[in-house]
Design a protein around this ligand. Structure first.
Ligand code: RAM
Length: 322
């Protein structure tokens, strides 16, 4: 009897170690760039909501801070474990491609979300908004705040971050096409860390006295830059960028941040699990695909797009809680 009880206990531990199994044993393994970043914490909520709705077992794992090598290790573990779908927000586009190709070769479906890899290393990319849309919204806002001329700086995530680099490419194109008198003075990395962005912003203020606007395009960079501008009491410098409403509310109300742009991060996580489930269960048919409570969504080739980015400012930011 004792031995039986021990075996049951062991089996329970083994199952617990495998994560909560869904009814039909369908497992989606989902990876953020960085588990500690509040941006990804808020994406996870929506992912869990969709997993519950669909009866999917959701594994959530990844580096605790920006670390491409750790992303590789986690994917290797998931391949060994034989999950049904891997969904990754990719830190290093080419760095993760090889292991994702390996997963596909073993019959695992691969989704990228938030930040993409090489097209042949994944089945589908769930994009938060088009790079053109993100770049235009940010650049037009910067131009209107600076009266169409002068210098601004960008604080990005890492210098190799694929999504940020894609946005930068489109920001430069927008500048060249529409705002010839607006100059991008420098692009500094923050590795998706608020304190690093704070230090970078302090340096920008010192080294580039003509910079009158800092644009953070990694979510912790915006409150980081706002804190530096506030501490330097530089009312002549505006801060904008891609960031979470909750992290920016006090700075927006005090006028240090003019406005921020983002998408609903919970919906991005929710959509990713919906896509992963549809893909894992059969071919994803763009004509009939419905993403649960989000309904039909835009599918362009192998890309699913969440929607247009949204602008948060003093007038509306308090209506949002993420
Ligand atoms: C950061 C991450 C993420 C990006 C957002 C805007 O938190 O780098 O990839 O989409 O910012």
């Amino acid at each position: 009897m004792k031995r039986l009880a021990a075996m049951v206990a062991l089996a329970t531990v083994a199952l617990a170690g495998c994560g909560r199994k869904s009814q039909d044993g369908f497992t989606v393994a989902m990876m953020p760039k960085n588990k500690g970043n509040p941006y990804f914490v808020s994406c996870r909520k929506g992912a869990e909501e969709a997993a519950k709705e669909l009866g999917v077992s959701l594994l959530w794992d990844g580096p605790t801070e920006t670390d491409p090598a750790k992303q590789n290790e986690v994917v290797e573990t998931w391949i060994t474990r034989g999950v049904d779908v891997i969904a990754a927000s990719v830190e290093n586009r080419d760095g993760l491609a090889t292991v994702l190709r390996k997963a596909r070769a073993k019959g695992i479906k691969v989704v990228t979300w938030d930040a993409d890899t090489a097209a042949d290393a994944r089945d589908v990319f769930v994009n938060q908004a088009t790079p053109e849309g993100i770049a235009q919204t940010l650049t037009d806002r910067a131009a209107s705040l600076l009266g169409g001329k002068g210098e601004f700086a960008i604080i990005t995530a890492s210098l190799t971050a694929a999504n940020q680099n894609e946005w930068i490419k489109h920001i430069k194109a927008r500048l060249a096409g529409k705002y010839p008198e607006l100059t991008l003075a420098t692009i500094r990395p923050s590795d998706d860390k608020q304190d690093q962005a704070f230090t970078e912003a302090q340096n920008i203020l010192k080294v580039y006295p003509n910079v009158k606007l800092i644009m953070g395009i990694s979510s912790p960079a915006v409150p980081g830059a706002a804190e530096a501008v506030k501490q330097a009491d530089r009312r002549d410098v505006k801060v904008i960028g891609l960031a979470l409403p909750n992290a920016c509310k006090p700075y927006i109300h005090d006028g240090w941040i003019d406005s921020i742009v983002l998408w609903n991060t919970g919906d991005l996580g929710y959509l990713t699990v919906q896509v992963a489930h549809a893909l894992g269960k059969g071919p994803l048919d763009p004509a009939t695909f419905k993403a649960g409570r989000l309904g039909p969504v835009q599918v362009d080739g192998s890309q699913v797009v969440l929607g247009a980015p949204f602008v948060f400012d003093k007038g509306n930011v308090d209506q949002f809680d993420f």
